[in-house]
Design a binder for this molecule. Sequence first.
Ligand SMILES: Cc1cc2ncn([C@H]3O[C@H](COP(=O)(O)O)[C@@H](O)[C@H]3O)c2cc1C
Ligand SMILES: O=C(O)c1cccnc1
Length: 348
Amino acid sequence: MSERSSEAAGPTGLPFDDIRRLVAQMPGPDEKAVAAIRARDAELTKPPGSLGRLEALVEWLAAWQGSTRPMVERPLVAIFAASHGVTARGISAFPDSVNRQMLDNFSAGGAAINQLCAAYGLGLKVFDLAIDQPTPDISAEAALSEPACAATMAYGMEAIAGGIDLLCVGEMGIGNTTIAAAIYHALYGGQPQDWVGPGTGLDHEGVRRKAQVIGEAVALHRAGDGDPLEVLRRLGGREVAAIAGAILAARHQRVPVILDGFVTTAAAAVLHAMDARALDHCLAAHCSAEPAHVEVLRRLNKTPLLDLGMRLGEGSGAAIAAGIVKGALACWRDMATFESAGVATKGT
Ligand SMILES: Cc1cc2ncn([C@H]3O[C@H](COP(=O)(O)O)[C@@H](O)[C@H]3O)c2cc1C
Ligand SMILES: O=C(O)c1cccnc1
């Protein structure tokens, strides 16, 4: 395991102290804004409640933007990309070289997420977290030092600066379903088999090997000794740390967040283990086909918006959910009221 180093510690002590303080100081929802949304919703030309969960999505936007006029004018899909030394253990169906090639593919507009961003009118930014320098094999040593983990979280926080109003978090990193499953096993216990899945398409033998590696890693790192930030630091990787930072910064900057699938939810789970309110500003886009995602979402008390059998990552599920959020907001913002349209209300 790497040694903790205090060289990069801020004036307040260890680098994680700043993260813990940000978690402790998270703002809550704007209940007045929610009341304003409901008041207008009641006047719209539809039976009360008839837009179902779409109505709740607009309330969610207002609560976490802190605004009676919620907006989705500058939505962003942020893809955090990293490489993982644990791929040396044969835990992915694809080689590491795919990371760089997919970054080129994102730049060229050829990936699934490019098409979804175009279809739903979403911005896309890709953050390369040193993909040519993999974090160490977590079955042999810790992914990150404390200063490196905190700095990567801080990078994730900066990545969302610049006036966005909705954040979809995504990732790219061959081997990162192993990282995510190890984080869940460390946070929630049980057996490695409870959290493992085929990822990009491992066969039965591959999944068995992956579970073995996850078990070794979590045992080596003593499940983070019960500290969620130590779980993140020891099991990594950089994209997961950066996503955790982005989710936390979004809360403070009043930007609602849409979580993608199995991997991005691991970053969210670390924050949730620190404080059960930490994900109140987050929407679970979909239930991934990765088998353990259902149980993780249950533990996070999140009902996913969609269940499309997707297991891609890249923020793809989150992008589709953002399209639905935009549709929900358009109804609330632009529909006529019973009065303006001269439509009869119930019983009149
Ligand atoms: C071409 C290609 C594009 C992808 N886009 C996202 N992923 C997804 O698959 C990887 C995780 O699965 P595992 O843990 O099994 O390696 C991540 O990169 C994730 O974003 C991709 C994977 C591939 C092969
Ligand atoms: O749901 C995910 O995030 C996922 C599933 C498989 C591969 N990559 C990502």
